[in-house]
Write a protein that binds this ligand. Structure first.
Ligand SMILES: Cc1cc2nc3c(=O)[nH]c(=O)nc-3n(C[C@H](O)[C@H](O)[C@H](O)COP(=O)(O)OP(=O)(O)OC[C@H]3O[C@@H](n4cnc5c(N)ncnc54)[C@H](O)[C@@H]3O)c2cc1C
Length: 415
């Protein structure tokens, strides 16, 4: 695979762009692979990438029922931060955030990581205390955050109305190296790097069954035939329960639609990411100028990958209190993805009751930010057959043992 570089752009400009290679191959599936990953979202592709890069395992197929990155990875609002409360969460989210810093160089693909800073507004006394607690926890965890007052909030984001009307801004939890990245590029960059290592990314191929013998996985049934494997990684977000059932176990997961919308593009007016948990909404400005606005999850379980009008209304109504200027904007598009929610709002990265079968799910409304760290941990677990330090606490058994990793505050608004 030829490297992307300034020299390559100049060369291709001179020959009318006839020399670019396809970014990834689309091969027919082989009969067998050492490892099969189900789901070519960010987490599945990152798992495959780190299996090759960190463990030298390249006999890997990533099987995707639609197109790669077409699930939640291509539908999220791209916020990256690691200001979680509990130690295991801070460790894996900070690992991911740190990997994002160099991801473009590592993948030789511009993922447009923009560490523009993320703030979570405190609009009640209760939130002030909660975020002070998180800032102290983050200091002990080595995650760079600070609690800032309303004046600093206004300085960082002049379009915020810090005076109310219902909820004045009392401060914010500020993570200066949080930010955003281009979500499609993350999937495409990983896919290209996996393909360059000789891995197979098989799109338009749905896994319809899991085969096993003597309590151990032997392969999968797909719409393109049976494919054998030694190890299986299930990384399918909102469809995790469906795949788990095929593999013969149950998950403590609920699947719900989560929605977002964007406005018409406007001139640059906001160069940080802001979350307002009390009114429930969050916003950033894309490079195109659109205001990217995140809404809530549906209050009932479903598999519908689309938006609904009452969500636009509720979300925009909530945000107008804090950002009055958006009342003048036209909204352009709205969409939904199916997210996989656990009771403690923390992920599951775990071996399963089926030997050789591993699962990575439960990222719910906030897994985009975790993609590199999650892929790193999942690859390590598949390669070694047991969870490593980054994911040991995120096992399935925690629900039986009552060792919850409660992140319901950090994940309170969907981002
Ligand atoms: C509207 C919205 C906003 C969000 N905002 C943020 C945010 O700002 N920051 C953040 O960190 N996170 C955010 N998230 C969450 C984030 O998008 C997800 O946690 C993350 O993308 C999950 O990635 P994934 O790779 O696990 O899943 P996905 O990207 O959904 O990939 C799973 C893939 O599995 C495939 N699949 C399913 N079943 C099968 C099958 N039987 N056979 C083969 N393939 C199958 C699917 O087609 C899909 O492509 C948001 C989500 C949504 C929906």
């Amino acid at each position: 695979m030829k490297r992307y570089s300034a020299f390559a752009i100049a060369r291709e400009a001179l020959r009318h762009h006839t020399g670019w290679e396809r970014a990834w191959a689309s091969p027919a599936p082989r009969k067998r692979y050492k490892v099969i990953i189900v789901g070519a979202g960010g987490h599945g592709l990152a798992t495959a990438y780190y299996l090759g890069k960190n463990h030298g395992i390249t006999d890997v197929a990533v099987i995707e029922k639609g197109w790669l990155g077409g699930g939640n990875t291509g539908r999220n609002t791209t916020i990256i931060r690691s200001n979680y409360l509990q130690d295991p969460s801070a460790a894996i989210y900070e690992k991911a955030r740190a990997l994002y810093e160099d991801l473009s160089q590592d993948l030789n693909y511009n993922v447009m990581f923009s560490p523009r800073g993320v703030m979570m507004l405190a609009q009640t006394e209760h939130e002030v205390r909660g975020y002070l607690r998180t800032a102290h926890a983050n200091a002990l965890q080595g995650v760079e955050t600070e609690f800032v007052g309303p004046d600093r909030v206004k300085e960082l984001c002049p379009i915020i109305n810090i005076e109310g009307p219902r909820y004045p801004v009392l401060g914010a939890l500020w993570q200066p190296r949080g930010g955003t990245a281009r979500h499609d590029a993350v999937a495409w960059g990983y896919a290209r790097a996996c393909s360059a290592m000789g891995m197979h990314i098989i799109q338009q191929c749905e896994v319809t069954g899991v085969r096993s013998e003597g309590g151990r996985v032997t392969g999968v049934e797909t719409t393109k035939g049976e494919i054998g494997c030694d190890s299986l990684g299930i990384v399918v977000a909102g469809h995790s329960g469906v795949l788990a059932e095929m593999a013969g176990f149950r998950l403590p997961i609920e699947s719900v639609a989560l929605q977002a919308l964007v406005s018409e593009p406007i001139k640059p007016c906001m160069d940080v990411v802001v979350m307002a948990n009390t009114v429930h909404g969050y916003m950033s400005q894309s490079d195109k100028g659109e205001m990217v606005i995140g809404g809530g999850a549906d209050g009932y379980n479903n598999y519908t990958q689309r938006g609904s009008f009452h969500h636009i209304e509720e979300t925009v109504r909530a945000l107008v209190e804090t950002f009055p200027m958006i009342s003048r904007l036209k909204m352009l598009r709205q969409w939904g993805g199916i997210v996989d929610m656990t009771g403690d709002r923390s992920p599951i990265i775990s071996p399963t009751p089926l030997g050789g079968c591993y699962i990575n799910c439960g990222w719910g409304t906030g897994g985009f930010k975790a993609i590199p760290g999650s892929g790193w941990a999942m690859a390590d677990m598949i390669a070694k057959g047991a969870p490593g330090p980054l994911c040991a606490d995120f096992g399935l058994d925690r629900f039986r043992a009552g060792r919850f990793i409660d992140e319901s505050v950090a994940a309170g608004v969907a981002h």
